[in-house]
Design a protein around this ligand. Sequence first.
Ligand SMILES: Nc1nc2c(ncn2[C@@H]2O[C@H](COP(=O)(O)OP(=O)(O)OP(=O)(O)O)[C@@H](O)[C@H]2O)c(=O)[nH]1
Length: 331
Amino acid sequence: MSTADRRIPVSLISGFLGAGKSTLLNHWLQQPQLAKAAVLINEYGPVGVDHHLVRQLDHQPVLLASGCICCTLQGSLVDSLQSLFLQALRRQVPPFDRLIIETTGLADPAGVMFTLRQSPFLAERYRYAGLLTVVDGQYGLAQLETEPEALKQAALADALLISKPDLCTEDQLQALQQRLVQINPGATCQTVAHGQAEVALLAQLCPDPASSPRRLKRWLQPATTIGLHGDGAPAHGVTSFCLTLPPQWGLADLLAALERVQNRHGAALLRLKGLVRFPGDTAPLVLQAVHGTLYPLARLAEYPPELTDNQLVFLTRNLTQAQLAESFFEC
Ligand SMILES: Nc1nc2c(ncn2[C@@H]2O[C@H](COP(=O)(O)OP(=O)(O)OP(=O)(O)O)[C@@H](O)[C@H]2O)c(=O)[nH]1
C-alpha cells in the first residue's frame, strides 16, 4: 500500500452459506486492532439474523442491507458506503479507518469489487483491500463441485481460510486443501478453528490495487478458466422463506422437526437460522444448521426486540416451502 493513499481500505469476507464468516468476524471485532473498523453485513433472506449474532461494539456501526449485494442491490451498496462515509464526516457515526464487508453466502465477490471501482465517489474514498474466503472444512469440497458461487468465491480469494477443522478428518482437510490449490494457487490457505484467525491477515490480503493492476485484473476476471459462466447470476433453484413455530411447541418438538427435515432434505437445506424462545425463557436460543449438521444451540444475552418470535429462516435449493413445511410440521 502506498503511504500517500489515505482511502479507507475495504476488505471482503466471503464464503458459502454457513462456512464460518460471522464466527470469524465476531472474533475479529473483539480485537483492539479493529477497534475503529466499520462493518457492513449483507444478508440473503426475508429476515435478518446475522447482525444479532455478530457481537456489536458500541462504537462500530453495523449496517444491514437485505438481499444479495452483488446481483440485486449494487445500487444500494453504493448508497450504503456513500452514506457511511458522509455520516462519519458529519460525526453522526464514529470515524472509521477500515471497512469490512461480510457478503452473503450466495454473493459473488466480483460484483462488490466492481461496485467499488465503478462509482467515482467510492473510488476516491475507499480502496479495495482484498478478499478473504472462508471454506467449510466439512462441506467445502462438495460445495466446490456443486455450487458455482462457492467455486467462484474460492477462485477469487486472496486468502482462503478452511473452517471447522475439529469436524473434519485429516484426509478431508488434505483433499480440500489440494482442491483449493488447484482452483486458486495464488491465494494463501490456512486452517482456522472457531474463527480464531490473526487480524494481521487482513493487512496481508493485498497491496493497493492501483499498484498491482495485474492482480486487480485477476480479481475481476470471470472465472471461466475453471468452468463457470462468470455472469454473476444467482444460484438456480435457491429459495429463502420463513416458518413460524406453532405456539404449543417446545424445544423437543422443534428438535424432532429439525431432525426430520435434515434426514429427509439435508442435501437441499443450504442454511437454517433462527432465534427461538419458549415459554419461561428469558433469552432466545440461536439455531443454526447447514445441510445435515445442526450446530450446538447458543443462548443470546437478551432478545432483540424487533424480531418476530420463533421464526426460522430457511435457505434451500430445489426444495419448496410447501415441501419443507410438510416434513417440518408433520406430527
Ligand atoms: N465446530 C465448529 N463449528 C464452527 C466453526 N466455525 C464456525 N462454526 C459454526 O458453524 C455455524 C455457521 O457459522 P457462521 O459463522 O454463522 O457461518 P456464516 O458463514 O456466517 O453463515 P451465513 O451467514 O449463513 O453465510 C455456526 O454455528 C458456528 O458456530 C469451527 O471451526 N468449528
